[in-house]
Design a protein around this ligand. Structure first.
Ligand code: ARG
Length: 570
């Protein structure tokens, strides 16, 4: 089910078109929401039909107008030049929408368009031994939301964390750990200890370049299966993963696979052999490359025989296709890797894999904290866990001030603090840079997670009052005819009807921000309604409470798709 109002209107327009002898015309593509209310709730422009029917658009509008409605839902139709303007019956529309939302509950907005199809999402994918910085946080948040969005549309989803668990940095870490490592600290806070070692290595190597050679040797030993090196590598990986998973749990994120770069050490040789067999490898200054049109060649093997990030991605893509037969594969990775993915896709294409068309780089912009961007090398890093802890602590303080009586303050603060970080990321088109400052992200009245969650809690509180005062005992809502005849109720209901469209758009454009922005609009509408009207004390209180329950449900469903919880009180 999509938009219950639009579904009806589109069906009626289609029937009228059929009467004029037109079949298979994409009515939904053409229907518009007019700029002003006096032009109706929906408008159907007839310009495109003029070509099909070889008639003036105004004439077609006239003929269509006579054949549409009125129905229970369509109150009247007005033809203005080439437009058929359609006016909906307020009461009937609002009632149908509210009933549809409440009947479907958590399933409202879901569909089965993706049934039988599989989406693989490669996201988060931090580098072990380098920190999980805010760029990875963006990938985690966007990837997690996209996974939920596609799941809600019936797709089978596979979440893959392509861990950066291989590469020369492990040589550096092994050397640094042997020299300066602290066992207890490694066990207690592995990511921090490894980062410090990584940073220290680079500092010391500036004065002592022989460290670099030592690191190269250590990595070579690791590649050759050295016992001691492998044991350390395994330990670094396991301990880091444990810590990552703790944070993932806080974000509600899980993965179906942690096959990272190290998983392809063998497959990579097959990939290189395949490239060779297909005659795609060229030698260039001792290295092996695949030449590509319109971009620099893709480096497959370095002079010293070491394989590269791109080679691993080639091997991984083939492996994933063999394993999952995906219909889409999304790489949720920052915009600076645009060229990398263009090259990987270019090579896959030259290898003759048709499924490369299903591969997409879902790029996103930088995060800036005030003026500071992030860079690993200098140790200028904000730890994800620390960021979340800080958000939660700040929210805790705000709650203490605004609502000291609140029950379960810690749980609410966790949900709102984490939600604020997530929403701040998803509120704008992903390709835009995100500026992070606490003032903005935590503003309860701004375009923020806390604002949306607060609106949800407000709706919940109105419903509780309804029960307390016996207006709608235990949520016994009912919407009778004539109960929701008001214009503002209708506008709110219409917004609820549009929720499935927002989800659909978010999927099509791979833009969770479509849902974030939809929620902000809905919350603004609801809050104006709340301030302008009595709900519990009004003559149509039961119906209004039903409307409130529907608003609450849609906010909850939308927040879920973003990866954010919806507290009942805050
Ligand atoms: N580990 C990489 C990084 O931090 C991201 C990996 C993205 N996924 C991929 N298949 N390349 O830059």
């Amino acid at each position: 089910m999509a938009n219950v109002l639009l579904d009806h209107v589109a069906a009626k327009v289609e029937e009228a078109l059929a009467a004029l002898g037109v079949q298979g015309f994409d009515v939904r593509e053409v229907i518009e929401i007019p700029p002003g209310r006096e032009l109706g709730d929906y408008a159907f422009p007839c310009f495109q039909l003029a070509r099909v029917l070889r008639k003036a658009p105004d004439r077609i509008a006239e003929e269509l107008g006579q054949r549409i409605g009125p129905t229970e839902l369509i109150e009247r139709v007005e033809v203005v030049k080439a437009y058929v303007n359609i006016f909906l019956n307020r009461d009937e529309s609002s009632r149908r929408v509210v009933e549809a939302v409440l009947a479907r509950g958590d399933d409202y907005g879901k569909s089965d368009v993706g049934n039988g199809k599989t989406v693989v999402l490669d996201f988060s994918s931090p580098n072990i031994a380098k920190p999980f910085h805010v760029g990875h946080l963006r990938s985690t948040i966007i990837g997690h939301s996209l996974a939920r969005i596609f799941e809600s549309l019936g797709f089978k989803t596979v979440r893959i964390n392509h861990l950066g668990d291989w590469g020369t940095q492990f040589g550096k870490l092994i050397v640094a750990y042997r020299r300066w490592g602290d066992r207890a600290r490694l066990e207690a806070e592995p990511i921090r200890e490894l980062l410090d070692l990584y940073v220290r290595f680079h500092q010391e190597a500036e004065n002592d370049p022989s460290l670099e050679d030592e690191a190269r040797a250590a990595f070579k030993a690791l590649e050759d299966g050295g016992v001691e090196e492998t044991r350390l590598w395994q330990e670094f990986r396991d301990l880091s993963l444990e810590e990552f998973e703790r944070t993932y749990r806080r974000l509600g994120v899980h993965f179906d696979s942690y096959l990272g770069e190290s998983a392809y050490n063998e497959a990579i040789e097959r990939t290189v052999a395949e490239l060779e067999a297909k005659g795609l490898l060229k030698e260039s200054e001792g290295a092996l490359v695949v030449e590509l049109e319109g971009m620099p060649p893709c480096l497959i093997k370095k002079k010293d025989g070491a394989t590269l990030y791109a080679t691993r991605d080639l091997a991984a893509a083939v492996h994933r296709y063999e394993t999952y037969r995906f219909d889409h594969m999304f790489y949720v990775v920052g915009a600076p890797q645009q060229l990398h993915f263009a090259q990987v896709f270019g090579v896959l294409k030259r290898m003759g894999y048709p499924w490369v068309e299903a591969c997409e780089h879902i790029a996103f912009g930088h995060v800036r904290f005030g003026d500071e961007a992030f860079s690993t090398r200098k140790g200028n890093v904000i730890f994800l866990e620390e960021l979340l802890d800080q958000a939660v602590a700040r929210v805790r303080a705000i709650i203490e001030e605004r609502n000291p009586e609140l029950e379960e303050k810690d749980r609410v603060a966790e949900a709102v603090g984490v939600g604020a970080v997530i929403f701040n990321d998803l509120a704008h088109n992903r390709i835009k840079d995100v500026v992070f400052d606490w003032e903005t992200a935590l503003n309860f009245e701004g375009d923020t997670g806390p604002y949306v969650q607060y609106t949800h809690a407000r709706a919940a509180s109105v419903l509780r009052r309804g029960v307390e005062e016996g207006v709608a005992p235990a949520g016994a809502f009912s919407v009778g005819r004539g109960d929701l005849a008001g214009e503002e109720e209708f506008q709110l209901a219409k917004a609820l009807a549009q929720y499935p469209d927002a989800v659909q758009r978010a999927a099509e454009e791979r833009e969770p921000s479509e849902i974030a922005r939809y929620l902000l609009d809905l919350c603004r509408d609801f809050n104006s309604f709340y301030h302008a009207h009595r709900i519990v004390g009004s003559p149509n209180a039961r119906a209004r409470l039903a409307l409130v329950a529907a608003v609450k449900q849609v906010i909850k469903n939308g927040l879920y798709l973003l990866g954010i919880e919806a507290p009942e009180a805050m």
